[in-house]
Design a protein around this ligand. Structure first.
Ligand code: UD1
Ligand code: UDP
Length: 365
């Protein structure tokens, strides 16, 4: 008998991860997928662009719940998701990562005794001030399948006492995506042509974490550091809407726009092009840190900690607290031209197939 999976997503990186897994589900006899978008990300360039560009199935449900405080957003999602799960009566619910949409989906399903599959389980920053750390710990705790991207993630779950039978090391679906789409993206055309940028002649920056955007001292340090770099190397910064709003409210936007190419968020294929042909990347994004490595570009992570320690250990990434502009520019200068050790910590590029096979096996048995 065919088994039904409801996939719950809402934020940009989840659309990219889910596009890869959904593609495999579609090719798998015995499984059907119903996709529910919470609406956490709603601008066309934060949401629709990915569904169109990555060939995803049409959404079955779109809740339109974005913005508001964490509790309000998560609570509204929980109430609406519950109604849909009662109607759909799925065999499993699939969630990704560590956003408010992840937690709302996992909680709604668990309370209805529907088993939850968590992709990107076991990641930890050990910083409970991060909303993502709260979301991922709670989601892991209630999930039936814990699909881990790295050895470190598996170890975290074991230390927390999660049963081995629930931990499924599969590798990172972002690596699958980088292999699949990375090969298609070339230097010609795309956003590079639109901007008039030559390959390997610029730094790519992205910033969106609350700990950086909501702290004026940190955001100012980042802005000053990027302007210093821009005197030596062109800088392109696709602005997350949260960051754009805060830069404007702190009065930093106009000053930055004089020396840095500030652009709206771009689609995934344009982003891969910007990453692949960058000289160096500076970011606080989880996904972008790893993509820098997948495309063999040195990366400076502007945070106090990272979930992806293997990249630091292998020399691909540098971690710098964005409290000081000088520390950031020093780290960027040191990163340029550097390479790390050859490592393969994110699986073989078949994480999506391993996830779907395991779900099928367990659901039919
Ligand atoms: C969220 C996730 C974060 C993830 C990121 C991916 C949580 C707690 N955080 O952070 O883990 O790394 O998504 O990008 O779930 N906004 C718009 N248009 C949009 C989307 C957002 O204007 O399409 C604005 C809204 O004012 C919103 C703010 O950005 O209040 C922040 O969005 P939100 O989804 O709460 O957090 P992110 O920073 O995007
Ligand atoms: N990304 C994108 N366009 C952008 C910025 C990011 O397609 O303008 C992609 C990026 O390549 C990566 C994912 O979005 O695959 C990362 O999302 P984000 O940085 O928002 O969240 P995080 O990974 O930190 O949760």
């Amino acid at each position: 008998m065919t088994k039904k999976i409801v996939t719950i997503l809402g934020a940009r990186p989840q659309f990219i991860k889910a596009s890869i897994v959904s593609h495999v589900i579609r090719q798998t006899a015995g499984l059907i997928e119903v996709i529910l978008h919470t609406g956490q990300h709603y601008d066309a360039n934060m949401s629709n662009v990915f569904f169109t560009e990555l060939g995803m199935r049409p959404l079955a449900y779109s809740l339109g719940i974005g913005g508001g405080s964490h509790g309000e957003m998560t609570g509204r999602m929980l109430a609406e998701i519950e109604k849909i799960l009662l109607d759909e009566d799925p065999d499993a619910v699939l969630v990704y990562g560590d956003t408010n949409s992840t937690l709302a989906g996992a909680l709604a399903a668990t309370k209805l005794h529907i088993p939850v599959a968590h992709v990107e389980a076991g990641l930890r920053s050990f910083n409970m001030k991060m909303p993502e750390e709260i979301n991922r710990i709670l989601t892991d705790r209630v999930s039936r399948w814990l699909f881990t991207p790295t050895e470190a993630a598996r170890t975290h779950l074991q230390r927390e006492g999660m049963p081995d039978a629930q931990i499924v090391p599969v590798g990172d679906v972002m690596f699958d995506a980088a292999l699949h789409y990375g090969a298609r993206v070339k230097a010609e055309g795309g956003v590079l042509q639109r901007l008039g940028f030559a390959p390997k002649s610029y730094m790519l920056a992205t910033i969106h974490r609350a700990e950086n955007t909501d702290d004026q001292q940190r955001l100012t340090a980042i802005a000053n550091a990027l302007m210093t770099t821009a005197s030596k190397l062109q800088v392109v910064w696709p602005l997350h809407p949260r960051t754009q709003a805060v830069l404007q409210s702190f009065g930093l936007f106009d000053m930055l726009a004089k020396s840095i190419t500030l652009i709206d968020p771009v689609g995934y294929l344009d982003m891969v092009q910007l990453e692949k042909y960058a000289t160096v990347i500076a970011t606080d994004s989880g996904g972008v840190q790893k993509e820098a490595f997948f495309h063999q570009v040195p990366c400076v992570t502007l945070r106090d900690e990272t979930e992806w320690l293997e990249l630091l250990e292998a020399g691909w990434g540098r971690l710098v607290s964005p409290a000081s502009a000088v520390a950031i520019t020093t780290a960027i200068d040191a990163a340029v031209g550097g390479k790390g050790r050859l490592i393969q910590p994110y699986g073989e590029g078949h994480a999506s197939r391993l996830i779907v096979d395991r779900l099928l096996t367990d659901l039919v048995s």
